[in-house]
Every structure is written in structure tokens, then in C-alpha cells.
Write a protein that binds this ligand. Sequence first.
Ligand code: MN
Ligand code: MN
Length: 300
Amino acid sequence: MILKIDRLPVELPVPENPSPNDAAAVQELLGGKFGEMSTLMNYTFQSFNFRGRTRLRPFYDLICSIGGEEYGHIELVTYTINMLLTGTTKRGTRPETTPLENATDARNTKHFIASGQTALPFDSMGQPWTGNEVFSSGNLKLDLLHNFFLECGARANKMRVYEMVSDPTAREMVGYLLVRGGVHIVAYARALERLTGVEVSKLVPVPDRSNKACPETQKYESQGVHRRLYTFSEEDYRKAGLVFNGPHPEDGQPLEVVFGAPAGSPAPDLEEEPQLNAPGADNIDPQMFKDIAKKMGVSV
Ligand code: MN
Ligand code: MN
């Protein structure tokens, strides 16, 4: 089961230049082959499908912990796309003024036709994410090797999107996720080391460039975010630390496990886009819920 927290992992700055084409590029990090939909669903299915977990509990706990985190990464990338799309068409309620005219020049017109100027689970070319991206072989060594590769591929894609999109909203998101993805790379490398004795962390970093090349990563690294694994549960998955321990392969600082989730930040309230009738519901009486809440003795 999953418990939900109505917060984002980090605070995203408001875009300086909202741009549908920047949003389209960022979609790769959501619904691309190496995007957050893929990491979430790979670790989720591998954890549900894990056989022999009594004997191999620390590996199970590690995959569950990282899977839990990826849910919040989907949220963070989605909000980035939504913020980059907000306000990019003419606001209003008169269709004859062609308020969505700009959208015909956008790389992905589905953002304006199929959604309320918001993200959908597709890649930067509009191809939908599918379950074909899930690898869950049932063989622990093979699944961990796949996950190490997946995180390295995700890292490469993030660095390239960073080089395409200069808006601070996108760069803050990419900076944070480079740091967190770095933790997952170390975690899967360490898991393969515990399982086989092969020193996989000697491969790190893949690609070769350090996260430090992106300035947004530095504040997170100085806070120790690059060496902390969260379990996303107060009570469970406590044996993840039997795999995730020892020195960080890049700076030698100690790896640590945190039982729970990062404090996070309130999710931004997305503005209305009346020309898309998003959200619509124009006639709802604001007093209605207040009256019901009063009768139920609930404060709103
Ligand atoms: Mn992720
Ligand atoms: Mn990851």
C-alpha cells in the first residue's frame, strides 16, 4: 500500500519564461524510456514480484525505498511541465479571439488539446509511456544490473535536458533529480557489490561529468542529500541500510538511511486557464462546502 503526502520533494521557482517547447523537452524526463514513469514502475513491479524476500530482505527493502521515492519524482517533473505551460496562451472565455493560437506552433499541441495545458505520460516526441519499459525478470542480479543502467541512462538524459532548457524551474528540478538519481546509482552499485563482490561503484560517474557541473546541485550536496537514502516509510524497509552503507564513492562521506521522507515543500497552486475551461466549474458556490463543514464540525 502507499501513503501520500501533499508536498513536493523541493520548492520549484516560478518560471522566468514559460515555454511550451521547453515543457515538451522536459516531457522526456517524465515519460521517456529513461524517465520517472520508467523508474517508478520498474522498481514497483520488481518489489511486488520479489521472490524469496525473507532471505534477501535488505535488497527488497532497498528496491521498495527507491520505488517510493520515484513517485515524488513523477510529481516534481509534472509540476515543472505544468508551470512551464501555465500562462502560455491568451487567458479568457471568448473562443472567437483564438486564445490558443500560439499552441499551433508548439512542438506538442496535445498539451493544449488533450490536457488542461498540463503534463501527460509521454516522451519529448509525444510517444506515450507504456509497460514495455518495465523490466522485472525475477533474477535479482539481472534486475539490479538493469536498474543501475536505467539510473545511468536517466542521468544522461537529465544532463542533456539541462543543456536544452535554461529556465530556473527546469534547472532546479533537474539539479535535485541529478543528486537523487546519483544516490540511486550508488545504491544499485552497492547492492551489486554486496551480491557479487564486483566493485561496480568504480564505474561511477556514468556519464563521466560530475553533478557539480550543474550549479543547482551544489546546495543539495552541501546539505548531504547526495548520500541519504529515504525509506518513505516510518516503520518498514529498515534493512535497506544493510546494503546502503559505507563511504560515498565520489567524496568518501558516509552513506546514511533516513526512515521516512524528506520534509518537502507545498505543491504550487496552478492558476486557472479559462480559455481551456480548466478547471471550469464556474457556478460552484464557495459557501456550499463551508456550510457542509460547519454541519460536520470540520474546520476548512
Ligand atoms: Mn527519479
Ligand atoms: Mn531514480
